[in-house]
Design a protein around this ligand. Structure first.
Ligand SMILES: NC(=O)c1ccc[n+]([C@@H]2O[C@H](COP(=O)([O-])OP(=O)(O)OC[C@H]3O[C@@H](n4cnc5c(N)ncnc54)[C@H](O)[C@@H]3O)[C@@H](O)[C@H]2O)c1
Length: 431
């Protein structure tokens, strides 16, 4: 099968977790690294063992890499992805895909025209709760979709000030005040990827920040944004509804910062800080916490021996959960460190396999637009005091596209890797 040379764009803290994974993938024959800041470029290249480096996107695009993996600041992705596609490179992009509907439309059109692979690196898609719900949905256990809840709660004091200073330089507050709904893909992807329906209308309310930290407020940032928390209610194309919370000023513990709950006419899934539960119309209550719990502790491990020495950085060293399809990973990746609830290994594997096979990965550009645009329109609604607005849609992959998922499914073991445990109890009627 075809092998790839991957050019990593951006040597910040996130790409650090991915360079070793791309290097280890059996279908990758080489990795190069481009970074604007020379000291960062040198330090990351040395620690990751990368010998081929570049000082800009333009230099990287002039090189012989087959694909560019974008790990730059969150407002840069769409323009850089379009430039890379125009230069004939496949594109992996960290989230979000874009920050305006116009640039997302141009991105979709460029992918369509070039026929190259684009994949959004959406970590939530591979979270245990999303994987579990997609399987229950496939089996028809939810019935008809009623309502979904997604939330991303990340208080500014939980590492965001430091990250924005590192990303934004001396004027970092100008970009730290980005509207919360401009980062909506973690939450929207979990609902959209389960039901396949899209968001059609939205009404959103923003909470004006009162912290006085100089980040959120009129005139303080690039978006003139005063909201640090936003709550959006959507109509979905299958007749249901969904509520998304994007909170950046909230007294929440931060451990399970991205959460999904989904309600159907036959069954429901609820994810809570202290446990996950599947319930159904027959009043069966099933704890699925063990199935969905990521760990790399020896007793629990789906990935023994990958725990970092410091043992602290859960985001970047989460381990795996029993629900994760480890069986489909190349053996070279299985015992590599993974983060964000087990997602990193699957992100890399899906992208590389999709490029090599010339097939659409799960989070292709049309899916990415459906995870992203509803948030952009939601913010506009919050600026207009909650006005109900239509959500534009950029459509579906062209007819005749071939998808990677059937290839992955064909790797499944003959016996299911997991089954739903028996119910913990069957509730009595209270009336
Ligand atoms: N769970 C998740 O999905 C998740 C988690 C963390 C970060 N992210 C995303 O990953 C991205 C990277 O995050 P980070 O914290 O590493 O960012 P960062 O700001 O620390 O690093 C970005 C780097 O890209 C470099 N860069 C920008 N433009 C460049 C260019 N044209 N050429 C070469 N280098 C360039 C910058 O100099 C910087 O060093 C962000 O968009 C963030 O939203 C996603």
């Amino acid at each position: 099968m075809k092998t790839l040379k991957i050019g990593i764009l951006g040597a910040g803290s996130f790409s650090r977790a991915f360079v070793p994974l791309f290097k280890a993938h059996p279908l990758v024959r080489g990795v190069s690294l481009a970074e604007l800041i020379p000291e960062r470029r040198r330090a990351e290249a040395a620690s990751a063992g990368v010998t081929e480096t570049y000082g800009s996107l333009e230099e990287l695009l002039a090189s012989d890499c087959d694909a560019v993996a974008i790990f730059t600041q969150r407002w840069m992705h769409a323009r850089q992805a379009i430039a890379a596609l125009k230069a004939g490179k496949h594109v992996y992009s960290a989230v979000p895909a874009g920050t305006t509907v116009e640039e997302l439309a141009e991105l979709v059109e460029t992918v369509r025209r070039t026929g190259l692979t684009y994949m959004l690196g959406e970590t939530s898609y591979y979270y245990p709760s999303a994987i579990f719900c997609r399987e229950m949905w496939r089996q028809g256990k939810f019935g008809r979709f009623v309502y979904g809840e997604g939330e991303y709660m990340h208080d500014m004091s939980h590492g965001f000030y430091e990250a924005y200073k590192y990303s934004g330089g001396p004027d970092w507050k100008r970009t730290a005040g980005v509207p919360p709904m401009f980062y909506p893909t973690h939450t929207l992807s979990m609902i959209v990827s389960v039901t396949g329906a899209r968001m059609t209308q939205v009404s959103c309310l923003g909470q004006v920040d009162e912290s006085g930290d100089g980040v959120f407020g009129k005139g303080l940032n690039e978006w003139d944004n005063e909201f640090s928390n936003e709550t959006a209610l959507f109509r979905t194309s299958d007749g249901g509804s969904a509520r998304i919370n994007e909170f950046r000023r909230v007294g929440h513990w931060g451990g399970r910062s991205v959460r999904l709950s989904l309600f159907g006419t036959e069954g429901c899934f609820e994810e809570q800080p202290d446990g996950d539960v599947w319930v159904n119309r027959q009043r069966e209550v099933t704890s699925v916490s063990d199935l969905l719990r990521c760990s790399n502790d020896a007793a629990w491990s789906m990935q023994p021996g990958t725990k970092p020495e410091d043992g602290t950085q859960h985001d970047f060293h989460s381990g795996m959960a029993p629900v994760h399809p480890l069986w489909r990973l190349p053996k070279e990746l299985v015992n590599m460190p993974t983060g964000h609830f087990g997602s990193h290994l699957f992100l890399v594997d899906d992208f590389v396999r999709a490029c090599a096979a010339g097939k659409l990965p799960p989070n292709h550009v049309w899916a990415a637009a459906r995870y992203n645009i509803p948030g952009l329109v939601a913010h506009e609604s919050s600026r207009r005091g909650g006005e109900l607005l239509a959500v534009p849609d950029l459509g579906e992959p062209p007819a005749g596209s071939s998808f990677l998922e059937p290839d992955l499914a064909s790797l499944a073991p003959p016996v299911p890797a997991w089954t739903l445990p028996g119910p913990a109890y069957v509730g009595k009627s209270w009336w």
